[in-house]
Design a protein around this ligand. Sequence first.
Ligand code: RFL
Ligand code: PHB
Length: 390
Amino acid sequence: MRTQVVIIGSGPSGLLLGQLLTNAGIDNIILERVDKDYVLGRIRAGVLEHGMVGMLDEAGASDRLHAEGLLHDGVNLAFDDRLHRINLHDLTGGTRVTVYGQTEVTRDLMAAREASNGVTVYQADAVMPHDFGGSAPFVTYEKDGAAHRIDCDFIAGCDGYHGVSRRSVPDGAISEFERVYPFGWLGVLSEVAPVNEELIYANHKRGFALCSMRSMIRSRYYVQCSLDDTVEDWPDDRFWDELRRRLPERVAEALVTGPSFEKSIAPLRSFVAEPMRFGQLFLVGDAAHIVPPTGAKGLNLAASDVHYLFEGLREFYADKSTSGIDAYSARALSRVWKAVRFSWWMTSMMHLFPDNGAFGQRIQEAELDYLVHSRVASASLAENYVGLPY
Ligand code: RFL
Ligand code: PHB
């Protein structure tokens, strides 16, 4: 079999790239390790930057997003028992974020792919990229016990942090940068109205908390937890009690609780692999970088990587120019590192660190106080939160 681009992974980055390529008449096949329902079962991101919404428009997969997504003009920081609103819209000259779950983005992209007869091979085992250092790369995989080979021009490694693409690169060719944080996030989904119209990021001496949502009847809440904790340590009552204690009193009083129908613990890390291109293999999204969820940047970075790679591939096929694909790694990394910095900064400012102490807590409070009272500092947060330009 032969195609122009083999995409490994059908998460949001693989699906978005596939749809843009298909719309541009560039043949592609997606190989995915697990099945469709498993991909849709992952509860992850919730906040889309304006730029990502534009890419979903370009992919023709945004009708439901515009109908059901929630436009947020602001975001709140809570500390010292008070809520402080950052007016994203005014501070950025009119930009907003859209609250719409990653699960729904994925579902919409899958539907668009089906409608355009794009090929996705689910439950593809032992996917392996080969010979990407030369001009005739190929990818092998197994399906139902039979071995397959796809020859191609390019391979897009959209297979997440644990995927095979990055691991296939020879050790000496890749540099990795990492910071692991000494805590995790316990996340809960519940069919209850959100406590506030906009998100609340809370700094508290008991630890960080986040109030987010998926719709006006479905809430997503998180509390910072120990890396040793398991979800069994956190029955619903304990979760709601802890969340309430970390929020300003008047917010806690308004909290509506109910049974959770999803509960999971995610560790926090920052990670970047450089470069993001190895011959004809390109790393995209979580395959190349991870950010802690505190700035809501992971999914959005996957989308900006896709933007740079798609533009490069389109230029290659339309104009026979390699300048776009040659610039891919540097362009993507320049934006990636700014989001890595922002997420690291938000994480550092909002969480309880084991070595914080009373001094560290006061420094965080001073920084937060400065942030919400200085227009310049608020504007910097707002500019990064809505997303830096592509
Ligand atoms: P994904 O989503 O991990 O998809 C990779 C796909 O590749 C498949 N795969 C393979 N396929 C074939 N062969 C192999 N060997 C393979 N190995 C893996 C996998 O099955 C999977 O289907 O990566 P992608 O597409 O780059 O997308 C990245 C985003 O999923 C991720 O950055 C975000 O979810 C991060 N994130 C958030 N990002 C935001 O922008 N805003 C947020 O509000 C936000 N909140 C979050 C988050 C991530 C979280 N967790 C759990 C990590 C909140 C949480 C709690
Ligand atoms: C979410 O709704 O899951 C969410 C929102 C904002 C974040 C992280 C996660 O920073």
